[in-house]
Design a protein around this ligand. Structure first.
Ligand code: SF4
Ligand code: SF4
Ligand code: SF4
Length: 275
């Protein structure tokens, strides 16, 4: 009984994903959804299981399992554009398929429950950026967040223009947009990480998906909270945070609160177990 209690979270995650997998499989009559959501659910549940077992690379294991699956299998092999352009494309065509479902679950409605868990555990861009040397930002944060609105608008205008110009074979263009878009993201992300000495600079200033993620994660059910009775205001949590979040403030308006990627570095490093 104690074992079930200890591992309740991974069991719950597995059950929730399995419920989504079976529902979509039966309602959309497509076995892909059963495989897809089962795989993601098992990967995340495994990561939480490893975290409970205090395995220090637990988050990276999930990041690689989910990120590589999305990039290599769904992107390269199945030809699904899972980037934001793919979302616009399927939205305009009115097709409720992998990219739209993925965005709805991971990036639009899911963050109401699990915040920016996507960014900490599944994103294939961050999966690569997190290998770079600046896990903890070495320079103060810059006021460049406005760039994300430009990249967001550019992605929308790009896809809308293809439809308005009635360009043929848009599906093929979307596949190439996925390949080129990823190369650009990796190139810019790596260059910014070194320029700002911050692995997550791309996430903080450029990524268009944060236009969805930030407002939705403001209301996130799951968030790191600080026990003020235990906290001694040593500031270590803020120093180790890759996203510059002031996690000691429990209000929704905490500094950079909508940037939290739930990586749990603050929790692991708090000397007083206050988080
Ligand atoms: S901010 Fe964008 S690039 Fe960074 S982890 Fe989130 S989705 Fe990925
Ligand atoms: S690391 Fe822990 S004790 Fe130190 S400021 Fe953060 S929550 Fe408080
Ligand atoms: S270190 Fe803590 S506050 Fe910072 S992103 Fe990770 S979980 Fe969120």
């Amino acid at each position: 009984m104690n074992t079930v209690k200890k591992y309740l979270h991974p069991i719950l995650i597995f059950v929730i994903f399995e419920a989504v997998a079976i529902t979509l499989w039966l309602t959309k009559h497509n076995l892909f959804y059963l495989f897809n959501f089962s795989y993601i659910g098992i990967s995340i549940a495994l990561g939480i299981f490893l975290y409970i077992r205090k395995y220090k690379h637990a988050r990276r294991v999930v990041q690689l399992l989910v990120g590589l699956y999305m990039l290599v299998y769904l992107g390269f092999i199945k030809g699904e554009n899972m980037q934001i352009e793919g979302f616009w494309y399927y939205l305009f065509t009115g097709v409720f398929e992998a990219a739209t479902i993925h965005y709805a679950v991971a990036k639009i409605f899911g963050p109401l429950i699990f915040g920016r868990g996507w960014c900490g555990y599944a994103c294939w861009t961050a999966m690569v950026l997190d290998f770079l040397p600046y896990k903890v930002p070495q320079k103060p944060r810059k006021k460049l967040g406005w760039i994300r609105y430009i990249t967001f608008a550019a992605s929308l205008i790009f896809v809308a223009a293809l439809f308005l110009a009635k360009v043929g074979n848009i599906e093929r263009i979307m596949f190439w947009a996925f390949l080129i878009g990823n190369l650009v993201y990796y190139g810019v992300g790596i260059a910014l990480a070194f320029a700002f000495r911050d692995n997550r600079a791309f996430c903080k200033y450029i990524c268009p998906i944060t236009v969805f993620l930030k407002p939705m994660s403001y209301f996130s059910l799951f968030r790191v909270r600080c026990d003020k009775e235990k906290c001694v205001s040593c500031g270590k949590c803020k120093r180790v945070c890759p996203m510059n979040v002031d996690v000691t403030d429990n209000s929704r308006k905490r500094e950079n609160g909508t940037e939290c990627i739930l990586c749990m570095e603050c929790v692991k490093n708090c000397p007083k177990d206050a988080l």
